[in-house]
Design a protein around this ligand. Structure first.
Ligand SMILES: [Zn+2]
Length: 198
């Protein structure tokens, strides 16, 4: 039977590299695969890009308002064996439930690749529901520059760590925004300056 699988972690844990590898492997065995991406992520437009320069064409962009069970979308993947979703943290809670339903009702495997938390350390709507609904979960990790396991995606603007702002500001969309994987100790000291957040 099909299942909903989640790969999640901070920035730079190789989520998209894993997606591209999985896509290649499934295609190699002639399995029918479709690649989806929430439309809010403007990085690379309709292309899925990794930080090490590989890229792959996305088959379908999903706006926040899309009902994944509606004919318009469902017709695109009803004969697929795998649905892969890049940047799945940007799915809505309802869309995650729809993907869970598709996996179990229609026997199509769904594999989501997602950031766990935003730059403040809170779960995204999509990752929160994916952690609740996925049949299988795999955490991918990367080390902070100090050597400990990174827990946070700290936002840095013009080289300075910041704790305020909108949840979604895509790196690369503004040249001066970047995200740095930090461990808890480095996040507390560099981003929160040792203080309890408001
Ligand atoms: Zn650290």
């Amino acid at each position: 039977m099909a299942k909903l699988t989640l790969y999640y972690g901070t920035m730079e844990t190789g989520k998209t590299t894993k997606l591209i590898q999985d896509h290649y492997n499934y295609s190699k065995y002639l399995l029918k695969v479709i690649l989806l991406k929430p439309k809010v992520d403007t990085k690379g437009g309709s292309t899925v890009v990794t930080r090490i320069g590989e890229n792959i064409k996305c088959d379908l962009l999903i706006p926040k308002t899309a009902n994944l069970l509606s004919k318009k979308y469902f017709d695109k993947y009803k004969y697929m064996q795998f649905i892969l979703v890049d940047e799945a943290q940007f799915l809505t809670k309802r869309q995650v439930n729809e993907l869970w339903f598709i996996a179990h009702k229609y026997n199509i495997n769904v594999v989501c690749y997602s950031l766990k938390s935003n730059f403040k350390g809170d779960l995204f709507e999509g990752s929160s529901q994916l952690l609740a609904r996925s049949d299988e979960k795999h955490e991918l990790t990367v080390n902070c520059s100090c050597g400990k396991t990174a827990m946070f995606n700290a936002r840095r603007v013009n080289g300075k760590y910041i704790y305020d702002g909108k949840e979604v500001v895509i790196d690369g969309a503004y040249e001066n925004v970047e995200y740095i994987p930090l461990c808890s100790d480095c996040y507390l000291s560099f981003v929160l300056n040792g203080k309890m957040p408001k």
